[in-house]
Design a binder for this molecule. Structure first.
Ligand code: CA
Length: 359
C-alpha cells in the first residue's frame, strides 16, 4: 500500500512537471517582435552599434522570445521623431537622447547632460542610486513612455569652429549646432543654437548653414569627417560632461510583457549602458590620435575666462528650466543636491587622482 502510494505520488508529480514543461514550452515559443527606432544612422559607431547591442542582448537573454528590429534614422521615422513614434506605439522602443525632446517638456534636458553638470560616473550614481531614474519615470509616464539609461559617451568635446574663441564676445552671432541646455547657454551669450541630427552636420557645415557644430567626441566626430569642414577642435565639452543615451519604451508594450521579460529588458538596458561608456573610452583615445597625427587637427582649449562666463550663464539657464513646473522643480532639486554632494567626493577622488597622475 505504501509502495503504491509512493508510485502514485511519483506519477502525479510527473504529470505536474510535464504540464509545467508544456506551459513553459508554449510561452517559450511565443515570440514577441518589437521595432526600435533610433536617432542615429544605422550602425553609427557607438550610438547605432549601442542600439544594436541592446537589441541583440535582449534577444539572447530572452532566448529569442523578444526580438527587436533596429531602424536607423529616417528608415522608419526621422531622427527627431523617435519620441512621438514610441509614445503613440508606431515603434515599441526608441534609442535616442532625452534633450532632443525639450519641446515636449523642458525637464527632459536633465536626462542627457547638463552644462557643468554630472560626469558619466556621477550621472549613473544619480540615476540608479540617487533617485534620478524614479523621477525620470514620473516625467515620462504622462507620455506613455518608460525611460531607461542606455549608454553614455563620457565627456564630450567642445566642438568644431572656423574661428578662434578668445572671448565670450566671439560667440555673439555664432550659429552653432548645440542641442539641449548648452544651446540655451549659447543663446544667452548672443549666439544662435540649432538642433540638427548628427547625419546633417557635415553638409550643414559645408554649405555654411551653420558656423560651428559640436557632435560627440573624437570617435564619432572622425566618423562623420567633421575635421574636413572646420579648422579648430575645441575642448572641453563644458555643455555635455557625460551624456546619457536613453531607451524609451512604449508603456503599453512594456506592460504586456511577462514579468521575467520586463526584468530581462531592464537588465539588458543596464548592460548596454555600461558597455557604451567602455566603447567610447576605448575608441575616443585612438580616434584622437588619428585626428591629431594623420589629419593634423588644431586642438584648442576654451580660455579660462570664457569657461567662467559660460559656467555663470549655465547656472542661470539650468535654474530657469528647473522652475518650469512642479516636476521640473523636483528634478532640478534632486539633480542639484546630488551634484553638490558628489562634487565633494569627486574632488578628493577622481579629480585629485587625475591631477596626481598627470604630474
Ligand atoms: Ca553632443
Amino acid at each position: 500500500m505504501q509502495r503504491r502510494d509512493f508510485i502514485k505520488g511519483i506519477g502525479a508529480g510527473g504529470i505536474a512537471s510535464a504540464s509545467l514543461l508544456t506551459a513553459n514550452t508554449a510561452s517559450a515559443k511565443k515570440v514577441i517582435k518589437w521595432k526600435m527606432v533610433t536617432s542615429w544612422p544605422k550602425n553609427f559607431p557607438g550610438l547605432g552599434t549601442g542600439a544594436e547591442f541592446l537589441a541583440k542582448t535582449i534577444n539572447e537573454m530572452s532566448g529569442g522570445r523578444l526580438k527587436i528590429k533596429v531602424y536607423g534614422a529616417n528608415q522608419l521615422v526621422p531622427a527627431l521623431e523617435v519620441f512621438d513614434a514610441v509614445s503613440r506605439g508606431t515603434a515599441q522602443i526608441g534609442h535616442t537622447g532625452a534633450y532632443y525632446w525639450k519641446g515636449k517638456h523642458p525637464a527632459t534636458q536633465f536626462y542627457t547632460s547638463v552644462p557643468f553638470g554630472l560626469t558619466a560616473q556621477e550621472m549613473n550614481g544619480w540615476l540608479y542610486h540617487g533617485g534620478g531614474l524614479k523621477l525620470w519615470e514620473k516625467l515620462y509616464d504622462r507620455f506613455n513612455l518608460v525611460p531607461n539609461p542606455v549608454g553614455n559617451t563620457g565627456v564630450q568635446m567642445g566642438g568644431w569652429f572656423n574661428k578662434e574663441i578668445n572671448s565670450i564676445e566671439d560667440l555673439k552671432g555664432l550659429k552653432m549646432r548645440l542641442p539641449g541646455l548648452g544651446g540655451e547657454v549659447l543663446k544667452m551669450a548672443g549666439g544662435t543654437p540649432v538642433t540638427l541630427p548628427g547625419g546633417e552636420l557635415y553638409t550643414s557645415m559645408q554649405s555654411g548653414a551653420i558656423d560651428a557644430t559640436e557632435w560627440v567626441g573624437p570617435y564619432n566626430d572622425l566618423a562623420f569627417g567633421l575635421h574636413k569642414v572646420a579648422k579648430y577642435y575645441y575642448h572641453p565639452g563644458w555643455h555635455e560632461p557625460g551624456s546619457t543615451m536613453e531607451a524609451m519604451i512604449n508603456k503599453d508594450a512594456f506592460k504586456e510583457l511577462d514579468k521575467d521579460l520586463q526584468h530581462i529588458v531592464r537588465a539588458a538596458c543596464r548592460v548596454a549602458n555600461a558597455d557604451m561608456l567602455a566603447d567610447y573610452t576605448a575608441k575616443n583615445n585612438t580616434a584622437l590620435k588619428t585626428l591629431m597625427t594623420e589629419h593634423k587637427v588644431q586642438m584648442l582649449k576654451f580660455p579660462d575666462d570664457v569657461v567662467k562666463k559660460l559656467r555663470e550663464l549655465s547656472e542661470q539657464a539650468v535654474h530657469k528650466v528647473g522652475q518650469h513646473d512642479d516636476i521640473s522643480k523636483e528634478i532640478y532639486q534632486s539633480y542639484q543636491k546630488f551634484r553638490t554632494d558628489v562634487m565633494q567626493w569627486s574632488k578628493v577622488s577622481e579629480q585629485d587622482y587625475m591631477a596626481a597622475r598627470s604630474q
